[in-house]
Design a protein. Structure first.
Length: 288
């Protein structure tokens, strides 16, 4: 690949999360970004928000990131929710569709959180069945995101990266590798972020998330909170470099949800992500 093509490919791979306060500015200025990701549930009801999304997707690829499919629910996925997601996929033709490794529905009641799962063979069977159903209904591969964790279930028998790898093997799904979540999980529960990342099947990684986190002290111990409310931390940038070394340039997203800054700040973070990919590409070219 010549230099111009390589740089264009890197630029096309970097996106940011689309948030309502930035929409008008994005439509007016058309910033130099590869793509935008939106939370699917914000657009299932139609209305002005979906019309604005239609305007943006004329110029940018989109990714749909679900927060309510509840892949870990033992009673199965809500068919109505899945049908609404399929309709949105058909309308917006996103380049990627993703969801979280979590549960948030019980007895028909939606809980406003992404709740953790015990990693056991029983859980793997449930999640795999739900992922398979989602993929069949959507007619495409789903990317499943690793969560940020704050507790460890005593009866869990499968390490999280091995659980994700097994899920990808069983269902053919891809993985959304959130390197901030890896850092948060390993810092909170003990573990090596690089080893966690290396345990994921590189070929299954279809997207990478970058975000900031907060640090709080509880009972004399420091706890990291995945709040998407700060710049990407140096340790997370290091994991991002390692991820790109393993899987090459894949779509990479900067998330920012809390204390939302001006769009210019997100664009700066996106340029930093592109710089990481470009530096690695330069090193590979020199070594060739």
């Amino acid at each position: 690949m010549i230099m111009h093509d390589r740089d264009a490919a890197i630029a096309a791979a970097i996106g940011v999360g689309l948030r309502a306060p930035h929409v008008a500015e994005i439509i007016a200025t058309r910033p130099a970004l590869g793509w935008f990701e939106v939370h699917a549930e914000n657009y299932m009801g139609g209305g002005p928000a979906l019309a604005q999304l239609d305007a943006i997707r004329r110029d940018y690829p989109l990714s749909l990131h679900g927060v309510g499919l509840s892949l870990g629910t033992a009673e199965g996925i809500d068919d109505g929710h899945l049908r609404r997601l399929r309709s949105l996929v058909e309308r917006t033709a996103p380049m990627l569709v993703s969801e979280h490794l979590s549960w948030s529905v019980s007895g028909g009641a939606y809980l406003n959180d992404l709740l953790p799962l015990p990693y056991t063979e029983e859980t793997l069977e449930i999640v795999a069945g739900n992922v398979a159903q989602a993929q069949e209904t959507l007619g495409r591969r789903l990317l499943v995101e690793n969560p940020s964790s704050y507790l460890r279930f005593r009866h869990a028998t499968i390490p999280e990266p091995e659980f994700l790898a097994a899920l990808a093997r069983r269902t053919g799904c891809g993985l959304l590798c959130d390197v901030n979540n890896i850092h948060v999980t390993c810092a909170n529960l003990g573990g090596d972020g690089a080893a966690y990342l290396d345990a994921l099947p590189a070929g299954a990684i279809g997207e990478i998330h970058l975000a900031g986190h907060a640090s709080v002290v509880r009972g004399g111990k420091t706890l990291l909170i995945d709040d998407h409310g700060a710049p990407v931390a140096p340790a997370v940038w290091q994991l991002y470099r390692r991820a790109l070394e393993r899987c090459g340039v894949v779509p990479s997203l900067v998330e920012w949800d809390k204390a939302l800054p001006p769009l210019a700040v997100l664009l700066r973070e996106a340029r930093a992500a592109a710089d990481v990919a470009r530096t690695l590409a330069d090193a590979d070219a020199r070594a060739a």
